[in-house]
Design a protein around this ligand. Sequence first.
Ligand SMILES: [Zn+2]
Length: 480
Amino acid sequence: MAGAFSWYAASATLQARQATAPAKPAPSSSATNAEFAATADEVLQQMSEITGLTLRSPLKKSLRTRAQIRAYVVNEMNEDKDAAERYAGQRSAEAFGLLPTGFNLDVFMVDLLTEQIAGLYDPKTHEFYVADWIPVADQKMVMAHELTHALQDQHFQIEDWAKAARPNDDAELARESVLEGSAMAAMIDYLLQGTGRSLQDLNDIDPSMLIGDMESTPMLKKAPPFLKDALIFPYLDGLNFSAAVLRPEGWSALSGIFAKPPVSTQQIMHPALYKSGKVPPKVVIPSMDRDIGADWTKLEDNIMGEFGWKEVLKQFLGEERATPVSSAWNADRYVLYEQKKTKRLLLITRLDLASDASAERFFITYSDALKKKYEHRTGEDHQREFLSFDTSEGGVFLRCVAAACVTLEGGDLPLFEKLSKELNWTAPPGKEATARSRGTGDPSQLPAAEPACSATRNPFVTQPGEPPEESSRRSALFPQ
Ligand SMILES: [Zn+2]
């Protein structure tokens, strides 16, 4: 959660600044420590004045070496989510096409964060660290951000507050965006001290001012676009959200956000929807566990949110096409299964859009995305609101009815027909269904290309003696 990533944006700024300003020779260690402690106390007092959050108990603070910070990152990663939860999150990102198959997320994140960290606040020990290789002059900005977390924590218990959104990934990312966004807002007010201006006077915030030239750091250069976006989202979208919600009252409105947290990334991306109280309705995907069979494990059952769907569309079609379509998000759900032996994935998603017309637009857009995702496909059947084709990883289906769209990837037509039936939809206009209505329903009569995937894999045999496997795992789809 925030504890694992809360230093991120401030450190990115430092990375950019350090690139242009050669570091001064480091003074002796004891002088650095004394200077550090005095500076931290001074910044803490200023952040308390800026945010109106009083310091309730003394804060532990220390300088840490890169090795110590790396050890913290590894420990925090393991404490935040267990290995199975992290695996489920990584596989979910792979299933949506957001990470390359086999991408080692854990190793990448440890390297990335060790590179990026300039300072952090640990809500478990209530301790504040600054990396010992950061020049004192640059430490102040990191401190302004991290010490805001310390003050937030003394008033709102940030770790429990953010995790209270679990298992809803979308809502948890929204809460993290409040933590990071308000810490960024406080940092800007800190930097504007003495200029006669504050965050409230800034109409547009230039993101490059805050995150610097992130592309220039070696690990970020290598990061898949989704990871980069997911890391930056809480800081920049969270900042815009905080600025909008704190206006016009100012920092006295902060406690109201903690009392009534945003419930979705959509509310972060569109603060007016937070103010108007637009809450996504709960949508369900009918349980397909029995139909899918006992040799499959349910890895994940979660929510992508507007941010997640925007990333999926952006991955294949670019931001310009992704933004208008994803902003019609109303609610969603996805369930991911993995076959125990083969590790094949089966993904079912349901997305409810703002209107029937938005669902039509989504169908057109997502059809294009799925075709890009599966370049090698056969047996394509593309109708007005129904798309299906076969791939080496199983059948792919997309169908919209009224304002709702569902997808199945890695399955077959009988399973998709079952899903449609459970949703109280009419039978999908697939080829086998069409063939059946013409009286040639025996699948063995069909061209081999289409049913071959399901026939060879045959994952959908119900085994009544065995209960469907339940999963209590939470997702780590969004690195937090
Ligand atoms: Zn932070």
